[in-house]
Design a protein around this ligand. Sequence first.
Ligand code: AMP
Length: 282
Amino acid sequence: MRVYEKRLDIERDVADLHKQNKSIGFVPTMGALHHGHLALVQKAIDQNQVVIVSIFVNPTQFNNSEDLVNYPRTLDSDVVLLSNLSKAIIVFAPKPEEIYGSKNNSLKYDFNGLEHEMEGRFRPGHFDGVGTVLKHLFTIVSPTKAYFGEKDFQQLQIVKKLVEIEKMSVKIIGCPIYREDSGLALSSRNKRLNKKQLQESPLIYKTLKQVKNDFGTKSVIDLIDWVSEQFKSNETLELEYFEIAKVSNLKSIKRKRKNTKYRAFIAVFAGEVRLIDNIALN
Ligand code: AMP
């Protein structure tokens, strides 16, 4: 396994790969890898001649400094997991200085309003941080295709917009959400849940599935009220937001319209740990 820390070193390899006309699949991650990440990597292996995985806890996308400090960092075991998939994977695990120089500054982006909805509302500056790090990483890795999970559906839409704005040639590929048997969406943050929180967290997906089930027959307002009730009666989980939004612009709705695609989005706190999930409704 090749594990690079230095930008110049990986850029040299990438230039060689391009000279040989190799297709490069890229999977950006923040590490603490789980099967959701590995499914993205496997898809990249299947569709490209070379795969690069970045492992970088990006400081500019954290609006909460405690979350940044407590974010799990497990580089050694991440490298083992990746080498079990393929020893040919190239890992890029830079220090923040390699990406940002001396100051961790974000660029300011206008993603046509997508950045103001849901995660953007509750995590100010988050998507500027995401856009900035991906602009840097795409420049360094210069991938043919890059892989993102629908677990972060809003991020996936924003990355598609970023590539348009920055006129980058990378093709963005969305991948389905991977879950525990309990239904809980896999997330690096799940490592921080205690036993009780792990026991209760499947309520998030259970609720989303029920909403999907009832979407055809109940009003949006009734569904929103019902979800709110589910979490009011739970002492371990605290609902931050639940929204039903149009897939095209991620604007939340109060009423359904015909011939429009919708998705339900949820963010929940289990103690200090923030969990997000979403589901296609129609
Ligand atoms: P992260 O390390 O959390 O920044 O995630 C890296 C990539 O993996 C992002 O594109 C995520 O959307 C994706 N990802 C994280 N968890 C899952 C999951 N449970 N299922 C599918 N993709 C995921």
